[in-house]
Design a protein around this ligand. Sequence first.
Ligand code: DGJ
Length: 698
Amino acid sequence: MNNICLETSASGKGDFRACAVRTSLGTLDFVYQSHTISEGIVDPGSHTPIPEGDKNDASTLKIVLADKVLPIVLELYYIAFTEVDVIARASRIVNNTGSSITLKGLASLQLDLFDSSWQVISLDGAWAREREVHVQDIKAATLSWNVRCGTSSAFHNPCIFLKRPDCSQSHGEAIGINLVYSGNHQQIIEPNEFGKVRLLTALGNDSFTWPLGPGQSFATPMAVMTYSDKGLNQASDNFARFTNRHIIRGYWRYRQRPVLLNNWEATYFDFSQDKLIKLANQAKSLGIELFVLDDGWFGRRTDDTKGLGDWTANPRKLPQGIEGLAQQIHQIGMMFGIWVEPEMVSQNSELYEKHPDWAVQLEGRDPSFGRSQLLLDLRRDEVQAYIIDSISKVLENVDYMKWDMNRLFSDYPDEGFFHSWMIGLYKVLGALRPRFPKVLMEACSSGGNRFDLGMLCFFDQVWTSDDTDALQRTRIQEGTSYGYSQVCMGSHVSACPNHQSLRSTDIETRFNVAAFGNLGYELDLGLLTPLQRSQVKAQIAYYKEHRPALQYGRLYRMDTEENRRMWVVEDPASGDLLVLDFQVHVRPNSTGDMLRLYMADENASYQLSSRPQKLDIRLFGSLINRVSPIKIEDGKALQRNIAENWGMDTETTTAIIGGDVLKHAGVKLDPQFTGTGYDSRTRVLGDCGSRLYWFRKL
Ligand code: DGJ
């Protein structure tokens, strides 16, 4: 048994690898009974969200197995999503033994591969450093990713890839796996003595037991997988198209998302209605379409130690309530959105005073806090009803909602808690979403701590990370793009020095990186200099012009050296290509930069133009005096004055180029500045410098 590639597995019959089915019974031996093929999706009944699809783009194979001796049935589900090249997998077990048993683990997906010459790509990290790409070889022992904190987490995203060692972004074999689930999860990759590799994807078996009484069943969340023989980009594109077509649903599916301004990093908790209106007016004048009021508008919430649970406006901050503020924002001509964190309660809140027992804590133990707050017990009907009711009242007045979740789990009573809590959350979301079909909903969890396909079944986009530092964002967004589409990645331009990294990057670069996602701004627009205001206005206009490509285009991560990041999106309608060329550090007198785009259509021609950007003269320091007729001292008022009002134009790159040349040879970019001269064709990039190039297909 240990030398056979199996579709599922249980222990005790000679398969010594990690098994898909684990129960208190020990030995089980499942054999085929029957199968059915149906049009559309058959729901295994897990009470967790499942993808959408119908007879035109999905069909289900259900295989029924039974143990050779005991009346225990195992069903395997395979749902083929034909338009996007993705197969979903789920399992369901039924206990017909007449006695109670304990389920200790049931994998959604098992994939046994014939040989072990694969590498694993996992997306791991932390707060502000989510979904960093890690590549590991599969050697002699098991690799496993176990998430036990209650959310799908920034620690390990449920999306992983297997790839052949020679597989690149553009060539070779890759297999992508993900789980439609938002809680604890586990991925196991186990090579064995015969060089076979078993991959198991499951909800978090490390922190899971589930009683199965007589006649009871348990169905897993769905896992999804895709295969590419054209490199990692193809596999990611399958997942992106799957996310856009089968996961994101309802009114916002395939709709363009508005450019937003979020007040969080502009004001934190310190705002008044007047300040918000001022920000909204400034935003409107720059072309921003949606104004979002973040944390701090409700109950006693003047800082993060209090108020969670009391979802009514604080009259000192919003004298006319949310309704009044919404009206004013609408009058300005913008959509209005608001922040909530409904899964939580602060001890210092009216809700806690009334219902201390609604918080997750254990009698006789001091609770562990996260951000001074406690988790509500979403398993309870009355808690679910309270959230649905109080949040519905908030949603009546808004066009957008950001649903945050800012702590990890503790003080749980048993190992079934995590999953039953998650089912409670899905019940709440399942009740709220259809009530407000047109409200644009964004999930968030301390940034990107719950960026997964489960949340995306209810939310139209996810806040990718609190970290908006442009360099860090190139890593976070690139990692996220392995499993998810650009339209679901909230990407904001924020102030510098950046509030997470304290790094300063140019505002043009901040935009160029954020533009490859769902664009927003999150800074005090009143503090922008006149030059920056005009830059932001031009950025937003550019984004709107290219929004279909930037939000829905096919994304290609380019294989580049470490010092460079290059992303390309292909406009689905026109075939135009938009390229981000990002340089981490200046490296004087290096080879020179080419744009060689393997996806270019060799039978077409392209008109190339660089996005016009402005250079801050402070970049040149005292060197500017080599050309300036007057002396501009570095760091002094005159320099500041000029820099705040006027920027140098970046080089203009234009050309008409054949697709064959672009694909096979590439366009050589003008040389970068290296200290020995400057003219209108010198590219001044600096550290974390970048450009956007548009190849319009002629
Ligand atoms: C964490 C989120 O990620 C931030 O964007 C912000 O909404 C804060 N919470 C507010 O408390």
